[in-house]
Design a protein around this ligand. Structure first.
Ligand code: PLP
Ligand code: ZN
Length: 426
């Protein structure tokens, strides 16, 4: 087993893995670190190749395939739904729309509960088991709670969910309730829920599985590992990924950094983090060169990234520097038009996911991404998570949010006659 520990990203203080911790005494977030000096990158890559296509057991998971760089725990701790193993699609229409010749979409909405959160959650709930926890909790804009309640049910743990009042996408709420998560809707937004859940977990001795949890981040690294393996260990020029709480892009860059350190890849791809303009604290900081400042009342139809005070902004920024990356933001209209293209390409994804395509298009137009570069966009969640957004757009009923159905495919109401059908089809 590879020796590993937790380490503060601000002051580098180290903590033993046996101790349950989410933050350093200095307030910094923690990273899982491991001693890679004795690891042979070539052997590790071969081991992962040998596991590809495994039919049963933990190595059939697209996360635990990379166990050595995820969480090298005893197998008895692992709680898995064979997550990952998601497809990497040619972007088709969405590629033309973005102005890219080599645009691939990694569909994380194909995970067991319909979002990439499952990759982090298999690791987070396995850590809960490792620590002998009987309850897990999270604050969530929806997908984290859907995922957590599923994995907790499998592990036989109680799950407690804190969601913001008002709009949470219906598909996600439905999953949380169905999987038996104790769902507490609180007065306030996601950022308020996040603050409360941290306090509750401390006071009531519940294990916290938000992306502040370092194990979550480790699991999510597997998105990048799997893309690179699908590309036969060649890296794309760019990854384009939505940013909300900023855990996922932190994971992606950390994973790439580790593969590079092991000589498994020969360069680190550039990472573009895309935020929704109404919830874009990192983008604002990046563009203005200012200090980090939370956004007070975040707004966006892309509810999965409607977050004003992201917990992982420092990790995110570190990764963007490692990867010579960039931060951009896109408007509501840009998100929904890009989504219409992803959907019309036959692929489909929830609104937040489509920041990847909207952002790629904007960066191509700005000359930052070259049209012939190889770009992988991460589609973070499934199209069925938020049917209201889809129907609203296609019926052109999102005017109150300032969104027009530019590429709407509205249903037609017709008489039941061949003549009426002929007319409708002409
Ligand atoms: C959680 C989530 C995001 C944002 O990921 P972060 O790690 O919070 O930046 C984006 N899209 C979807 C669908 C999500 O569920
Ligand atoms: Zn510290």
């Amino acid at each position: 087993m590879i020796e590993s520990w937790l380490e503060c990203i601000r002051c580098n203080k180290k903590y033993d893995l046996e101790e349950v911790r989410y933050n350093c005494t200095c307030g910094g977030t923690l990273d899982m670190r491991r001693d890679l000096s004795a690891v042979d990158g070539r052997e590790l890559k071969q081991l992962w190749e040998d596991r590809w296509g495994t039919k049963r057991g933990i190595y059939a998971s697209g996360v635990w395939r990379y166990k050595e760089l995820i969480f090298d725990c005893d197998e008895s701790c692992i709680v898995t739904r064979q997550e990952g193993n998601t497809r990497l699609y040619e972007a088709g229409k969405a590629g033309e729309y973005a102005g890219l010749k080599n645009f691939l979409l990694k569909h994380e909405g194909e995970n067991p509960t319909g979002s990439f959160k499952d990759r982090g959650m298999t690791c987070g709930v396995s850590a809960a088991k490792f620590y002998n926890a009987d309850s897990v909790a999270c604050a969530s804009t929806g997908n984290t709670s859907a995922s957590m309640s599923s994995y907790a049910a499998i592990a036989g743990m109680r799950s407690v969910i804190f969601i913001p009042e008002g709009k949470i996408a219906y598909g996600k709420l439905a999953q949380a309730l169905a999987f038996g998560g104790k769902t507490l809707q609180i007065a306030g937004n996601f950022d308020d829920a996040m603050e409360l859940v941290q306090e509750v977990c401390r006071e009531l001795n519940i294990y916290l599985v938000n992306s502040i949890n370092p194990f979550r981040i480790e699991g999510q690294k597997a998105i990048g590992f799997e893309v690179v393996q699908q590309l036969d260990w060649k890296v794309p020029d760019w990854f384009v990924i939505p940013g909300g709480n900023l855990g996922n892009n932190s994971a992606l860059s950390k994973g790439m950094q580790e593969l590079y350190e092991l000589g498994i890849i020969d360069r680190i791809p550039r990472i573009a983090v895309i935020q929704a303009a109404g919830s874009a604290p990192l983008s604002r900081m990046w563009k203005e060169g200012s200090k980090f400042e939370p956004v007070k009342d975040p707004e966006t139809i892309a509810t999965a990234i409607k977050i004003g005070n992201p917990v992982s902004w420092e990790k995110s920024l570190r990764g963007i520097k490692w990867s010579n990356g960039i931060v951009e933001d896109v408007t509501e209209q840009e998100i929904m038009d890009a989504k219409a293209m992803v959907d019309a390409a036959g692929i489909g994804a929830e609104p937040a996911s489509c920041c990847s395509v909207a952002g790629a298009k904007k960066l191509v137009e700005a000359g930052v991404i070259k049209p012939d570069e190889t770009v992988v966009g991460i589609l973070t969640g499934n199209i069925l998570k938020d049917p209201d957004a889809v129907i609203g757009y296609h019926k052109d009923e999102l005017g109150s949010m300032g969104i027009k159905g530019n590429y709407a495919n509205a249903p037609l109401l017709i008489e039941a006659s061949v003549e009426a059908v002929r007319k409708a089809l002409s």
